[in-house]
Design a protein around this ligand. Sequence first.
Ligand SMILES: NC(=O)C1=CN([C@@H]2O[C@H](COP(=O)(O)OP(=O)(O)OC[C@H]3O[C@@H](n4cnc5c(N)ncnc54)[C@H](O)[C@@H]3O)[C@@H](O)[C@H]2O)C=CC1
Ligand SMILES: O=C(O)C(=O)Cc1ccc(O)cc1
Length: 307
Amino acid sequence: MFERIALVGIGLIGSSLARVIRRDGLAGTIAISTRSSSTLDQARELDLGDTYHLDPKDAVANADLVIVSVPVGSSGEVAKAIGPALKPGAILTDVGSTKASVIAQMAPEIPDGVHFIPGHPIAGTERSGPDAGFASLFENRWCILTPQAGADEAAVERLAEFWRRCGSNIDVMDPNHHDMVLAIVSHLPHIIAYNIVGTADDLEAVTKSEVIKYSASGFRDFTRLAASDPTMWRDVCLHNRDAILEMLARFSEDLASLQRAVRWGDGDKLFDLFTRTRAIRRSIIEAGQEVDAPDFGRQVVAHPEKA
Ligand SMILES: NC(=O)C1=CN([C@@H]2O[C@H](COP(=O)(O)OP(=O)(O)OC[C@H]3O[C@@H](n4cnc5c(N)ncnc54)[C@H](O)[C@@H]3O)[C@@H](O)[C@H]2O)C=CC1
Ligand SMILES: O=C(O)C(=O)Cc1ccc(O)cc1
C-alpha cells in the first residue's frame, strides 16, 4: 500500500503495526524510530523493521505514511522533531487515546502539504513495549479517525483502507465527541481500576495477602486494567481532563445513589440496576465485540459487517 512507512514509537501499538504491516506486505520498507537506544535495540532484535533510527527525522524522511505511537503527552515534542523532515504529500497519523489534545499539540508543527489525519485504534491490552505487540491486535476492532475540517478526502480514504487492511472497521468522528465517548468507555474504567486496586493496596498487610489469595472473586479483573502502563495513563488523564472530570462527576453521583440503596436495603433499586447492566454485556457480545482480554482466551465473533 505504501512505499515506506515510518513508525515513531515502537511499543505495544507501534510493534503490533510493524508486525501486521510486515505480515501482510503493506509497505515496501518499514523505518522504525524510538527515543531510547535500548528500545530500538529490542525492536532490531525482534526484527520488526528494515531500518532503525534514533533521530525520528531520519525515519520519516521519504516516508509516505508516518504513524506516531507514543504516549499522548509526547505528541507535540515528536511533531516538532519530525515536522521539518516530512515529505510533501505524506500522510501523518497517530494512535493516541485522546484526540483534541493531540491535535492541539501536533497540528501547529505540521507543514502545509502534509496530510495530518489523527486516529485511534480501539484495541490494546495492559501490556507495553516492543515485545508486547501482536499482528492480530487490530482484527475486528474499531479504528476512529478524527480528520479536521477540509482534510483531503483521498488521504483520509487511503488511511482508512490501511486500517481496514490491518483488520479494523472505521468510524469518522469529531475529536471532542471522541474524547467524551472514550472518557466513559475506556478512561473511567481504567481510573476506577487504578483506584480500587490502590484502595486494596492501602489495607493492612494481613488483609493484603488475603486480597491476593482470594483475587479470583472480581478483584482480578480490575488488576488487569490497573497493570496498564503508568506513563500512558498519566498522560491520558492529563490530556482528557475535562471529559474525564465530567464523567467522574456523573459516576460519583450514581455511586452515591447506589450507596444509599445498600444502606437503606433498597433491593428493588439494586436489582433493577443489575438487570439493566447485565443487558449491556449481552449487547456487546451480540455486536461481535471481543469480551475477554487476549490473555484470558479470546472470544471473537466476526463483526456483523464482515460476517
Ligand atoms: N496500550 C493500549 O492498549 C493502547 C494505546 N493507545 C495509544 O497508543 C500510544 C502508544 O501506546 P503503547 O504502544 O501502548 O505504549 P508503549 O509504552 O508500549 O510504547 C510507547 C513507545 O513510545 C516511545 N516513546 C515515548 N516517548 C517518546 C518520544 N518522546 N519520542 C519517541 N518515542 C517515544 C517509547 O520508547 C515506546 O517505544 C499512546 O498514545 C496510547 O494512548 C491506543 C490504543 C490502545
Ligand atoms: O486493555 C484494555 O482492556 C483496553 O482498554 C485497551 C485500550 C487502552 C487504551 C485505548 O485507547 C484503547 C484500548
